[in-house]
Design a protein around this ligand. Structure first.
Ligand SMILES: [Mg+2]
Length: 276
């Protein structure tokens, strides 16, 4: 008889990698959305906040390019400029985007409630904290200072500009693991508020937890959520849960404050020899 044997990691979760905007700070993920609308406006093209939010999570240059490819935006661009949006237009808009984003980032630097408590509890369990973002290194150093002033400092931060390609490619996650000396990847969990966040974690071979309420999927801050009719909130939240689950998220919860039960569950699944 012939047998094959499989090696299984049955140890604990060692690393949790958190996204930034819409995950640990900037409830509703507003800072990039308002600036994308502004850079297109400066080119004479009105875009909706929904269009601005659609590609959220990727490198901001790629994001501007992806907005230009949305059919409704492409039509409006054509009408205003008499031609389609070129790569040169995209590069120029990114050049304008950077200072505008840097100017307003600090206004959206409040931590999402629960971030400090959850990070403290994870560290208590011996889990290291990594982070990835679609922001550039320059934007991130500003945000890191704002986060530090509020008591939050991950053990490792990797930006889209530090690696060959940002989300949905896995390199930022893998770079965090390398920075912190963590392996195997099934001992790692990626947490974020966008679909590219989930894909990034899955592509890195990690467990993933989607956040449906605090980020880009709902696109509302706490005050706006508080006045939203309960029925509408249920429908919109339901849609966010479904989109994240369909992208492959192992777990979907409301906000970072709700991730600990999912981490416990991942511990149990690892102990049983399961893989992401
Ligand atoms: Mg985010």
């Amino acid at each position: 008889m012939t047998f094959s044997y499989q090696r299984r990691y049955r140890g604990p979760v060692k690393l949790v990698i958190l996204d930034w905007a819409g995950t640990t700070m900037d409830y509703g993920c507003f800072a990039p959305a308002v600036v994308f609308v502004e850079v297109y406006k400066r080119k004479g093209v009105e875009i909706t906040v929904e269009e601005a939010r659609e590609p959220m999570g990727v490198h901001k240059l790629v994001h501007i390019r992806k907005i230009s490819q949305i059919p409704s935006v492409a039509r409006r661009w054509q009408k205003v400029h008499g031609r389609s949006c070129t790569e040169e237009d995209v590069q120029k808009m990114f050049e304008e985007f950077v200072p505008l984003q840097l100017d307003c980032l600090a206004q959206y630097a409040e931590l999402v409630p629960g971030t400090l408590e959850v990070v403290a509890e994870l560290r208590e369990r011996g889990i290291q904290i990594g982070s990835t973002t679609g922001y550039t290194g320059e934007m991130m150093s500003l945000l890191l200072a704002e986060a530090r002033a509020r008591g939050y400092e991950p053990d490792s931060t990797v930006c889209a500009t530090d690696v060959p390609a940002g989300r949905p490619e896995p390199w930022m996650c893998l770079e965090n693991a390398r920075n912190l000396g963590v392996y195997p990847m099934e001992a790692c969990v990626k947490i974020g508020d966008t679909l590219p966040d989930i894909e990034e974690g899955l592509n890195a071979g990690m467990w993933t937890i989607g956040l449906a309420k605090s980020g880009n999927e709902l696109g509302l801050n706490e005050a706006e959520i508080a006045v939203l009719p309960a029925d509408e909130l249920r429908v919109r939240l339901g849609r966010a849960y479904k989109r994240m689950a369909e992208t492959g998220a192992h777990f979907v919860v409301d906000t970072v404050a709700d991730v600990l039960p999912a981490i416990d569950q991942i511990h149990q699944q690892l102990a049983a020899g399961e893989r992401p």
